[in-house]
Design a protein around this ligand. Structure first.
Ligand SMILES: Nc1ncnc2c1ncn2[C@@H]1O[C@H](COP(=O)(O)OP(=O)(O)OP(=O)(O)O)[C@@H](O)[C@H]1O
Ligand SMILES: [Mg+2]
Length: 621
């Protein structure tokens, strides 16, 4: 678990009761319930696997008994070799049947597990992914994407490994104990009591030690997760490290983390080593004890040679299982640790969910209204105190203001990436909290400041705007966005891959792809957040015409630092420290000789000046 995940968990836990989106599977938030949830889903298969494993273990443990029977028959027979074979034929048959059974049941269970485990694992991946999808923008931007993906696969693997361990490792041990004590009981009850008591004591102490080891195991797992998170972060920023000539520094940084990990892992390993000492010593005591005790009983004539053989081979079997157990216990808790790590991070309450009564209205007008909106990203950072503004249907509005004045936040609230703490945001008179998020997002388009693309082909990236679009429509959109000009000459054209997050394209090319897919989407509300900021003036001018065309009959919000790109819009809102300080057309605002006028003069039709002091537009106007 990374530091930032921990922060997130504390925050969400403290803030509200557990709410989960109806779209997401109802996954339990504790590791054992989580495992049970998925096992229950495949219960038929699990019952079959458990039965086969039980039969497999029983056959294995009955083998010494069959050997005992063979010896018994041999010692009873007269010595004639022909008669011996007659006498031992039945126990031999039993021995053969048990051997075959052991193979058949064991491998059948193996077959079922081979068939089922990948499907089981994928089912968990699917469910966790569906759950993760419903998390808020805040959750996603506070977590490492790589670490979340890593956790999904670790968790799913953890569940199947836990189950495999329970069924194939622990259950057979328990069966071995039960059957062997029963067999010993038949031979000589006190001997059974001796081994049985040892087994109960051994399991109890082993379990107690292992539960105590959980703490160490969890700490070691968390340290390993931290390392992974750190490496993912470092790899993401590798180019930055290179450009700062800090590769050596980064190696040192990793070493620091590895040292911390080593400390935790060593603690955990030392503890498990101590458990192993206990288990090996007690197993050795049992071995010697049983041998001595059985020998004593035989010398006193209380048990036969056959019983003596059965007792010693059973105790050897138990010892080997005990060694297995000692190795497996810690692995088991490591798997559980992985599951609880993933469950703890991913199965968090969803911050923004559709209400049960949410509707999916069609936005026909595109009127946007902020009513007394109060919004803060966190307790100490209020962006809007009491913001009220109405954007009329079909109005094209420009938002200007210094960096950090709240323009993107305004847009984020309309898109419901965050929810206001007070007040309402209405579209066509309907509170957006009463709409399904899908309905809202299907009818609003955003071209963000820095669009990120999927590592898929250009075709797929553009088609994202409307999945059923034909190739002709798609190319038309690309042409309008002036993207076709740079796509066509590419060797694979529209089938070229764009690299992770679109890194193989220039910033301006990425923006043009983002514009093309929004043109294809053709939603009634269009939001551009610095959408043309990465374009050169010539391309921008060309695209501006397309955008003006795309804005036709839509409600449009354009955030821009370059005032010339918004001067021609119907209305301009000037933001300052989360307030709208001026509102009107370009011409009107110029005549007011206020903040906008001052900005316009400073820019002389170009860019906003950099805010080099924390002073606001108003203060310095
Ligand atoms: N995800 C976030 N979590 C916490 N604070 C945020 C977050 N996003 C923005 N802020 C803060 O909210 C304030 C408003 O930011 P916002 O992004 O709305 O500004 P902006 O006007 O769009 O600026 P720019 O012109 O630089 O894009 C800033 O002080 C910013 O630091
Ligand atoms: Mg912004």
């Amino acid at each position: 678990m990374t530091r930032c995940d921990r922060h997130l968990i504390i925050k969400t836990r403290a803030s509200q009761p557990f709410q989960r989106s109806a779209e997401a599977p109802a996954l339990p938030a504790t590791p054992f319930k989580f495992i049970f949830y998925f096992v229950n889903y495949f219960r038929g298969w699990y019952v079959a696997i458990v039965m086969l494993e039980a039969l497999h273990a029983t056959c294995g443990i009955m083998l010494p008994y069959a050997i005992g029977e063979i010896i018994r028959s041999v010692t009873r027979s007269t010595g004639d070799s022909k008669l011996i074979f007659n006498a031992v034929s039945q126990p031999l048959l039993l021995f053969a049947a048990l051997s075959v059974g052991e193979v058949v049941f064991g491998r059948s269970s193996g077959l079922l597990q081979t068939l089922r485990h990948p499907i089981h694992r994928q089912h968990i991946v699917r469910s966790l992914y569906a759950y993760l999808q419903q998390h808020s923008h805040r959750y996603l931007s506070s977590s490492f994407a790589g670490a979340l993906a890593h956790r999904i696969s670790e968790t799913s693997l953890g569940v199947t490994q836990t189950m495999q361990m329970l069924i194939s490792e622990f259950m057979p041990v328990i069966i071995v104990y039960i059957v062997s004590t029963t067999l010993l009981y038949q031979a000589y009850p006190p001997l059974a009591a001796f081994v049985g008591a040892w087994a109960v004591l051994f399991i109890s102490i082993s379990f107690w030690l292992a539960t105590r080891s959980r703490l160490y195991a969890r700490k070691a797992a968390a340290a390993r997760s931290d390392t992974t998170g750190m490496i993912v972060d470092a790899v993401t920023n590798l180019t930055s490290s290179k450009l700062f000539a800090r590769l050596g520094f980064e190696r040192g940084y990793l070493n620091e983390q590895l040292r911390r990990e080593l400390k935790e892992v060593r603690k955990s390993n030392w503890y498990s080593e101590r458990i192993r000492w206990f288990q090996f010593i007690s197993a050795a005591i049992l071995k010697i004890g049983t041998l001595y005790y059985a020998l004593l009983l035989w010398s006193q004539g209380k048990i036969a040679v056959a019983d003596f053989v059965v007792a010693t081979s059973l105790s050897l079997l138990i010892i080997s299982e005990a060694r297995n157990l000692s190795k497996r216990f810690l692995e088991f808790f490591e798997h559980i640790g992985n599951v609880s790590n993933g469950v703890g991070t991913i199965i968090q309450p969803h911050e923004i969910i559709d209400r049960g009564t949410a509707i999916a209205p069609t936005i026909t007008q595109g009127q946007i209204e902020f009513q007394h909106v109060k919004f803060a990203y966190s307790d100490e950072k209020t962006v809007f105190e009491n913001l009220s503004v109405t954007i009329q249907p079909g109005e094209r509005v420009g938002l200007v203001g210094f960096s950090g004045s709240g323009k993107s936040t305004f847009v984020n609230l309309i898109l419901r990436l965050f929810e206001p703490q007070a007040g309402h945001i209405l579209i066509d008179g309907i509170d957006i909290q009463e709409m399904t998020q899908d309905a809202l997002h299907a009818q609003t388009s955003l071209i963000p400041q820095d669009p990120s693309l999927f590592h898929r082909t250009l075709l797929e990236n553009i088609r994202y705007g409307r999945l059923e679009a034909t190739e002709a429509e798609l190319i038309e959109a690309a042409q309008k966005a002036h993207a076709h000009d740079f796509i066509a000459p590419m060797q694979q054209g529209y089938h070229s891959l764009v690299g992770e997050r679109g890194v193989k394209l220039s910033g301006g090319q990425r923006q043009r792809i983002a514009i093309a897919r929004v043109i294809l989407k053709n939603a009634p509300i269009l939001i551009l957040d610095e959408a043309t900021s990465s374009l050169d003036s010539i391309t921008e001018k060309a695209i501006q015409e397309t955008l003006d065309l795309a804005m036709h009959e839509k409600t449009v919000i354009v955030v821009a630092h370059r005032l010339s790109t918004i001067a021609h819009l119907d209305r301009i809102l000037v933001f300052d420290h989360g307030r709208i300080i001026e509102d009107g057309t370009h011409a009107k605002l110029l005549t007011q000789s206020g903040a906008y006028h001052r900005l316009w003069i400073m820019q002389a039709g170009g860019f906003l000046p950099e805010e080099d002091s924390p002073s606001s537009i108003v203060a310095t106007a």
